[in-house]
Design a protein around this ligand. Structure first.
Ligand code: ADP
Ligand code: MG
Length: 445
């Protein structure tokens, strides 16, 4: 059915529209006259709801005489056919339910995240090279391999690429990709369902274990303990382990020392934001993959607008694409400028910097910025200082060392301490709650 719909739309729509609205869409399920499709962004979802769903409905009614319903969902939304609301009949029809415990289900690597689609630039060159080495010679050289760096810089992409490459070289290899949260959930579930043996067997029998975003191990004592044993078992068997985090292991609060020290046995490589050239190359690649005709100067323009996060960079391209198909205008620099106008405004106004936090907090408590960043230990300065650090941690993406640095070169443990102190006090101190909320709303304005 989906193929039929696509073929019909291919003749109805322009290539750009087709690529934007149909190519990026995945059919998820069709049962009980309901077609569920997965769309990549909220913008796609709106457009489907407002336009395309109706067209599909009438197309299907005309051609096969069935009245169907079309529902578009985002990747992280549950499938309405299989989530709680549905009845048993529907669940049986869709055959999606896998009765094995979650930790035993097949690993799904994103097929787009391969070495082929990864653009190499200065900021990720070393990470890319290390990833390739590990994929070619797992367990031999860099074990564990640890990627660290900011959001949207390609850590997850590289981890999947390693998995794909290893499976290409050896289709029998057992590859497991999980986020640290999935690992934690699997572990907890295995305890609750008394399947710990199976859990261990599953995790300790792989040839390659990829654990993404391990900063979320912080605060999870039991999970860390289990992971420690998983790590040791794999390491002793010379199986490859690849980890990622938004910061270095020793900067992850509440990560056990013995884990930190093990993570340092192998190689840690950071990924830094791409330079302009790399950003243009990434956009060029993406445009070509999507068969989009975009002039070079327009790509440079888009690459110039978004400079730190590749996910946002890709989002900007999708936005320009969508804007062009909605307005029926070809993609040009001025069209891109129009399409990205609001995006930029949003980005900027939501961004809260540490210096703005310091400024607001200092004014709020009538103390000087110098004192706020200084070393004085009197209460009417210490508390605002801790509040400012707390807010910096809560409202910005800055790492602990970075925050410490911005507060007159303090150690990251001071920042952790301040954050814990204030979070703790917020549970009981209603006066503090009011002040912190007040500050937050001032900062978000
Ligand atoms: P992270 O895990 O570091 O937050 P991701 O790996 O999820 O980042 O990357 C965000 C998006 O940017 C993904 O769609 C990914 O494919 C893309 N991306 C990141 N780096 C590159 C690159 N060097 N070349 C091509 N695409 C990239
Ligand atoms: Mg990631």
């Amino acid at each position: 059915l989906w193929q039929y719909i696509c073929d019909e739309f291919k003749t109805k729509l322009s290539t750009i529209s087709y690529n934007t609205w149909l190519k990026a869409v995945k059919p998820i399920a069709f049962s009980s006259q309901t077609l569920i499709i997965e769309v990549p962004t909220a913008l796609h979802k709106d457009y489907w709801k407002a336009n395309l769903s109706k067209q599909v409905v009438s197309l299907v009614a005309d051609s096969i005489g069935q009245t169907i319903t079309v529902i578009a969902k985002l990747p992280d939304e549950p499938n309405p056919l299989t989530s709680g609301l549905s009845n048993n009949r529907i669940q049986k029809n869709t055959k999606l339910a896998d009765s094995r415990p979650t930790f035993m289900r097949e690993t799904k690597l994103n097929e787009k995240y391969t070495f082929d689609t990864f653009v190499i630039g200065k900021g990720n060159q070393m990470a890319h090279a290390a990833a390739l080495v590990v994929a070619e010679e797992p367990g031999a050289l860099y074990n564990p391999l640890f990627f660290f760096g900011g959001v949207g810089l390609g850590k997850t992409h590289l981890m999947h690429a390693i998995g794909h490459q290893m499976l290409t070289n050896n289709p029998q290899a057992k590859v497991k990709y999980v986020t640290s949260e999935a690992f934690a959930n699997d572990f907890i579930n295995s305890i609750q369902t008394k399947r710990q043996e199976e859990f261990r067997k599953e995790y300790r029998s792989v040839d390659l274990l990829l654990v993404d975003d391990i900063q979320f191990f912080a605060d999870k004592e039991g999970t860390q303990e289990e992971f420690f044993h998983t790590f040791n078992a794999l390491y002793d068997d010379k199986k490859q382990i690849v980890l990622s985090s938004d910061r270095l292991p020793n900067e992850i609060p509440k990560l056990q020392k013995r884990l930190v020290s093990r993570f340092k046995w192998g190689l840690s490589v950071d990924i830094t934001p791409p330079d302009l050239e790399t950003r243009i190359a990434i956009l060029r690649n993406k445009a070509d993959a999507d068969d989009l005709d975009i002039p070079d100067d327009t790509l440079s323009y888009i690459a110039g607008q978004i400079d730190s996060n590749i996910r946002e960079l890709e989002g900007a391209l999708v936005r320009v694409q969508a804007y062009s198909s909605m307005t029926h205008l070809p993609i040009s620099t001025s069209l891109a400028a129009d399409a990205l106008k609001n995006l930029k405004l949003n980005g900027k106004s939501n961004e809260i910097s540490i210096s703005v936090i310091q400024d607001k907090v200092a004014k709020y408590y009538h103390i000087s910025i110098g004192d706020l960043k200084g070393k004085k230990r009197v209460k009417n300065i210490v508390i605002p200082r801790q509040i400012a650090m707390y807010l910096a941690r809560e409202l910005t993406d800055a790492s602990l060392p970075k925050i410490g640095h911005e507060f007159g070169g303090k150690d990251h443990t001071t920042v952790i301490h301040a954050h814990e102190k204030i979070s703790g006090a917020l549970n009981t101190d209603s006066e503090l709650q009011r002040e912190v909320n007040d500050l937050k709303s001032k900062l978000k304005k």
